[in-house]
Ligand binder design. Sequence first.
Ligand SMILES: [Zn+2]
Length: 138
Amino acid sequence: MRNIAKLNKTYGEQNFFFVKFKSYVLWNVRALLLWLAMVNITSSNLMNDPLEHATGIERREVLAKATGNDNPFDIKVFKRGAGTKENPNLIPSAFDARIVGCICEEDQTYVQWMWLQKSTLKRSECGHWFTLVEKAAV
Ligand SMILES: [Zn+2]
C-alpha cells in the first residue's frame, strides 16, 4: 500500500495501474501493427505486381526482363574485342548516334567518352575501333 502511494506520487494524479495498462496495450498494438506490416511485405499475394503499375518505356523494360533479357538497353559494361579497323567493336543502338565510353588502359581513372555515328567507324585514343550496329528498339 505504501508502494502504491509512492508510485501514485511519482506519476502524479494518474493511477499507476492505469499507466502500466496503457503502456502494455500500446506496446502490444505496436507489435501487432509491426507483425501485420511484415506479413503484408512477405506475402506476395498482397503486394501488387510492378507490371500493373509500369507504363511506357518502364513497362517495356519490365516485359523485356520478364522474358529473360536483363540488359534491354545494352547499358552494361562489356569487354572490348580485337577492335581492329576490319573487325571493329560492335555497339548496338536503336538510334543514329550513341555515346560510348572506353576505358583505354586497365588502371585508367577516367572514361574516354566519344560519339558514335551510324555507319561510320570511330577510333578511341587507345587505338581500338568502334562502329554502331542497328538494333530494334525495346
Ligand atoms: Zn580506348
